[in-house]
Structures are given as structure tokens and as C-alpha cells.
Design a protein around this ligand. Structure first.
Ligand SMILES: NC(=O)c1ccc[n+]([C@@H]2O[C@H](COP(=O)([O-])OP(=O)(O)OC[C@H]3O[C@@H](n4cnc5c(N)ncnc54)[C@H](OP(=O)(O)O)[C@@H]3O)[C@@H](O)[C@H]2O)c1
Length: 441
């Protein structure tokens, strides 16, 4: 067998500990799959004396990334599993400059600093692998970048945040209020102590930016992706959706459209939001902390990938796949061709979200009196939006109180719909700001 691939782990927490365990416990299997040994040479941590799992060799631990890892000529790959966008960025750039390949699971870092990191990698003629950065154990980066490489991807719809999906499943199936479902997710270790990035859609937006780069070549900064999380979702909307035959999921979506003139660049709109999916839709049936991604290609049609989107084992599995690819030499070749996060024009531009056409679910709190529905229907019609169905539960006969009114529209441009909502909110008979979600069909 040829020379070992020397590896330095930077970070030995949830994911780093899992990667170390596989590297140490499955040496022979990995060497056989990679055609050469994968040798763990150093583990960089922040606290040297913190208790570690018994299989972690103390002699491999160090706090000195620059002095130990970068100075070791037998380290070929730095695996960044620190997290965050500050120290991790410095480690990654320094590793590349020192001639090391990089494997990372850090979606926030790639979404924030992708262009800088990939340019640095090209300059140093080194490779950056990041299968673990999106959807944990699901091999979606390889699916998009390699297995579907002959296709033009036309749309992506993904459940990319397991915490949100766990909360939504608990709210829909067991009727739990949002706060209780979140507490449960935290007790199971799915949600962070500060779950903001999970539930406000930011984490899913980071992952969508990465997928959109691979599929469409667009460089989407987090600010380019409109997002709405599940933190404001009311149980009433989950119940109304259910009554209408729909399940609410937090989806990260990329939709392409043909622009006119047809020879011009095509638009792709990126957004993260709760979406109503028919109960029969496969994505609607993804429960608990799982992730799933539907990818539409012009040759293959619709493909669906499902599996554990986070956690020690699933994320380590993807990191190890990258290390094996580097050991074999596949990753270097694919990386050189893909030219990720470069300014290579792949024929797509980011579309403003107002351009996207969708059906909409609109819930209003209205006074129960004559003419209210007519006023709302008139405003919608003025914006060329027609109504598909209306749900209003029977109110007591004495009248005058506030009642929820749900309207489902036919397809409409988001921009027109939002203008209509602004006007509807101004009606004196509408007692609270409208709640609305797009529908996935
Ligand atoms: N957890 C998941 O399920 C999951 C899934 C997909 C992707 N990811 C990504 O994987 C990365 C790691 O996540 P994690 O959950 O494993 O994090 P974690 O459990 O918090 O572990 C972080 C590790 O980094 C070390 N560290 C922090 N700052 C450091 C510094 N300045 N110098 C050296 N070491 C430092 C810590 O050292 P000490 O041990 O000494 O404190 C710890 O070992 C993140 O980018 C995350 O987004 C995680």
C-alpha cells in the first residue's frame, strides 16, 4: 500500500470526536477503501485538559494549530470542525497557504466566505471538500456535483434544518405549542442552546447558498436569500393547512425560470420559508429531525434524497467520504474542473423574490360582518389574483366578533400578492396583520 494520507483534525467536539473515532476504530476498512492508510496525526482543541472520550490519544492533542499542524510536512489534510466564521476562516486560509487540503463541515463559513476560500485553494492548488456542510449524512454535494453532472438543475426543494422539521412534526402530529416542541428538540440534542439560526431560517439559507453555487454557479450571500423561519408559526395555521390537505414544512427552495429574450441569462430565485405541501408530497412525509432534498434535473427528472441531516455519525460519515476521495485523488480532479465560487458565468442570475409565482395561503382575522369578504376579493382581483378556496368556520349568531378567514389563491406573482396584502391590512375590518405562506404546488 502507498504512503499514508496525514490528517489533522481541528476541533474535537460532536463531529470531530465522531471523525476521530472512525479514523481510529476502522483503520483497515478505510485503508482498503482509500487504497492507502488514513493517518490521524494531530487533534487541535481549545482546552487541552478538558475530559475527552477514552479512545482519543492524549498525545495527539494540541492547542497549537500554527506551530504543530502547519509545521508538520506529513499533514496533507486539515479537517476544520471548529465552527463559526472567524477562527475557522483563519485556520482554513492558513492551511491552504501552507499547502494542505481542507475538509470542512462549516456551512456558515462557506456561505460567508466561499469566494475567498475557494480562490485561496485555487491559488495554492489545493482542494476544499465540504460534503458534510449540507444535510449531514446525505451525499447531496456529490449528487449535485458528480452524479447529476450531465443535467441542468431546474429546481431544488429541501428540508435542510432538522431542528425545524422536528418542531414542525411535533406541532402537527401531537399538537404541541411551538415553545414546548422547541424544548423537546433541545432535550434530544437536535437544537442548540441558542436555536436562533435553526428556527429563523438562517441555517437553511446557508445550506441553500452552497447548493445554489453548485447547481447554478450563482454566488448568493446570505443577505440575497429571503428567509422566514418557523418561530412565528401559529398552531392555527398548521390546523387550517391540515384541514385543506396540506402539511407545513420549512423549505429551502431554488426555482429557475426562463427569461425573455430566451437567449439571456436565466433567473434563479432563492428563499427559505414555511411552505404548505400536499400531504401526499414525499417531502411532506419527512418526519422528525430528518432532512430531505428534491432535485429536478432536465435529463433525470425528479430525484429525492433523504436521511439524517446532522449528528455525530452522519456528519462524520460525510467527512470520511471526503477524506477517502482525497486519498484516492478523485476529489482533487473534480475540484479543479468545478471551479466553485469563481466568477465563471454559468448562465444564471439571481432573481428578485417578487418574480416568483406561487399559490398562496392567506389567513386574516376579520370582523364577522357583511361585505368583508367582498372587500378582500376586490383587492385581490385588482392585483389579478383569483381565489381558489375560502375557509371560514361558522361563527355564533350574535355576530360582530373577530373570526379567522383563510383564503387560498391561484398562482400569482409574489410582488403583486405582497402589494395586495399591504392594502388588505389597511382595511378597517381586518384586525391583525395578515399571515401568509406560499404553497408548494
Ligand atoms: N453537530 C452537528 O450535528 C453538525 C452537523 C453538520 C455540520 N456541523 C458543523 O461542524 C462544525 C463543528 O460542529 P460541532 O457540533 O462538532 O461543534 P462543537 O461540538 O462545538 O465542537 C467544536 C470543537 O472545536 C474546538 N475549538 C473551538 N474553538 C477553537 C479554537 N479557537 N481553537 C481550537 N479548537 C477550537 C473545540 O475545542 P474544545 O473541545 O477544547 O472546546 C471543540 O472541540 C460546525 O461548523 C458545524 O456547523 C455540525
Amino acid at each position: 500500500m502507498s504512503d499514508a494520507l496525514g490528517i489533522a483534525l481541528v476541533g474535537c467536539g460532536t463531529v470531530g470526536g465522531g471523525v476521530a473515532e472512525v479514523l481510529l476504530r476502522h483503520r483497515e476498512r478505510l485503508a482498503q477503501r482509500a487504497g492507502r492508510p488514513l493517518q490521524l496525526r494531530h487533534i487541535v482543541v481549545r482546552h487541552l485538559h478538558k475530559p475527552r472520550e477514552p479512545f482519543i490519544p492524549r498525545e495527539l492533542l494540541t492547542t497549537d494549530f500554527y506551530g504543530v499542524v502547519l509545521q508538520d510536512p506529513n499533514v496533507h489534510v486539515v479537517v476544520e470542525l471548529v465552527g463559526g466564521t472567524t477562527v475557522a476562516r483563519e485556520f482554513v486560509l492558513a492551511a491552504l497557504a501552507a499547502g494542505k487540503h481542507v475538509v470542512t463541515a462549516n456551512k456558515a463559513l462557506l456561505a460567508e466566505a466561499g469566494p475567498e476560500i475557494f480562490e485561496a485553494a485555487r491559488r495554492a492548488e489545493r482542494t476544499v471538500c465540504f460534503e458534510a456542510a449540507v444535510a449531514g449524512g446525505i451525499p447531496i454535494i456529490r449528487a449535485l456535483g458528480e452524479s447529476l453532472a450531465a443535467n441542468q438543475i431546474t429546481a431544488i426543494q429541501g428540508i435542510l434544518n432538522g431542528t425545524s422539521n422536528y418542531i414542525l412534526t411535533a406541532m402537527a402530529e401531537r399538537g404541541l405549542p411551538y415553545e414546548e416542541a422547541l424544548r423537546e428538540a433541545q432535550q434530544h440534542g437536535y437544537a442548540e442552546a441558542d436555536p436562533t439560526l435553526d428556527v429563523d431560517g438562517s441555517d437553511a439559507a446557508h445550506k441553500l447558498a452552497i447548493l445554489a453555487q453548485i447547481a447554478f454557479g450563482v454566488i448568493a450571500r446570505p443577505a440575497d436569500i429571503t428567509r422566514q423561519g418557523i418561530d412565528q408559526l401559529h398552531p392555527m395555521d398548521i390546523r387550517f393547512a391540515h384541514e385543506l390537505g396540506y402539511t407545513i414544512k420549512l423549505l429551502a427552495e431554488a426555482w429557475t425560470r426562463n427569461t425573455t429574450p430566451p437567449e439571456g441569462p436565466r433567473g434563479v430565485a432563492l428563499h427559505v420559508a414555511p411552505v404548505l405541501l400536499r400531504h401526499t408530497d414525499l417531502l411532506a412525509q419527512v418526519r422528525g429531525a430528518h432532512n430531505a432534498i428534491a432535485v429536478y434535473g432536465d435529463i433525470v427528472g425528479e430525484t429525492l434524497y433523504q436521511g439524517p441531516g446532522a449528528g455525530r455519525g452522519p456528519t462524520a460519515s460525510s467527512v470520511l467520504a471526503d477524506l477517502i476521495d482525497l486519498a484516492v485523488g478523485r476529489a482533487q480532479r473534480t475540484f479543479a474542473v468545478a471551479r466553485l465560487w469563481s466568477n465563471t458565468d454559468r448562465g444564471f442570475v439571481l432573481d428578485p423574490p417578487e418574480q416568483v409565482h406561487s399559490r398562496f395561503y392567506l389567513r386574516l382575522l376579520v370582523a364577522d360582518k357583511p361585505g368583508v369578504l367582498a372587500d378582500i376579493a376586490r383587492i385581490l382581483a385588482q392585483h389579478t389574483i383569483s381565489i381558489s378556496s375560502v375557509v371560514q368556520h361558522e361563527a355564533p349568531e350574535n355576530g360582530g366578533q373577530l373570526v379567522p378567514l383563510v383564503i387560498v389563491t391561484h398562482y400569482a406573482a409574489t410582488g403583486y400578492f405582497l402589494d395586495a396584502v399591504t392594502q388588505i391590512n389597511r382595511l378597517s375590518t381586518v384586525a391583525a396583520p395578515a399571515v401568509y405562506y406560499s404553497m408548494g404546488d
